[in-house]
Design a protein around this ligand. Sequence first.
Ligand SMILES: [Zn+2]
Length: 382
Amino acid sequence: MSLVVTNIGELVTNDPESEILKDAAVVVDGDRIVWVGAASAAPAADLRLDADGAAVLPGFVDSHAHLIFAGDRAAEFGARMAGQPYTGGGIRTTVTATRAASDDELRRNARRLAGEALRQGTTTLEIKSGYGLTVDDETRSLRVAGELTEETTFLGAHVVPAEFEDRPDDYVDLVRGEMMDAVSAYAKWVDVFCERGAFDGDQARAILKAGAERGLGLRLHANQLGPGPGVRLAVELGAASADHCTHLDDADVEALAGSDTVATLLPGAEFSTRSPYPDARRLLDAGATVALATDCNPGSSYTSSMPFCIALAVREMGLTPTEAVTAATAGGAAALRRTDLGRISPGARADLIVLDAPSHLHLAYRPGVPLIRHVLQHGAPR
Ligand SMILES: [Zn+2]
């Protein structure tokens, strides 16, 4: 079945040849985009979707989300807004709730959040484990994640679980040995929370190398709460993405700019922990590739909204609205090393959104307003 989306007032293609087209049309065949050009020249198709002069964008690529968990930490958020600092220690609260939940409870919660994200224009989600922290709980977390996305990430090294408190290196050995063996059939990526209070640079390196040996791609939570070795480690090991990048020195910025490692910024975390935002302008000006993602998780960033992150990146992080939209689409695709996502051009996957607005500028200009009118995912209206 083919479909023509026509009468597009503004088409954001992310194609370097034709970044933004006016009065355009897009033809989709099956799950692929097959034609892009002037509406007046569009070929015939089986079905027709009239965009009525609205803006059309690639679907958002949310390359960083923690959706496999149980429980709620609203009280912790409330306490933080009353002045308590964020330390990352609340992760263990979610670990306890997740271990106690059935597979079906985990599945229902993750589906609810993925549906929420889809309604806000997210057509690709990366989903991490990391609240099980036993061989069995990490394995089932990734099995459930795999029902929702092909971009699954093993984050056994999220935090040292309470039962390993006094012997963290034994936990690192478990993660890079038995746990990695058990999950590698279900995970595409491996990730480590490299931060004071979580895992140091040597531990992160050992775990990432063990993942690479089993064919997993590399990602790293780096430099969120303070300066540290994470960003440079990610670049050294050729990771697809260094995520957070809030506390960077000049050498970190230079390393990112000279590499294929994407700087993935997660402003929902700074919003929800009332912390200073990362400097996206500095990274782009240095030549780094920047992605925006939600970090959706029950503790430090409980939003599934890419439009919200775009608005924050424009207001608080020095990006123009166009740069923020690029980071939320093509940037996310680069962070997942996907060339078929985050763009509207022939050959790309038919993931696109029709806004309830004439321009992509409205995503930041009208913050908090539901502006997603239609979503096409894999060519199918959702
Ligand atoms: Zn995260």
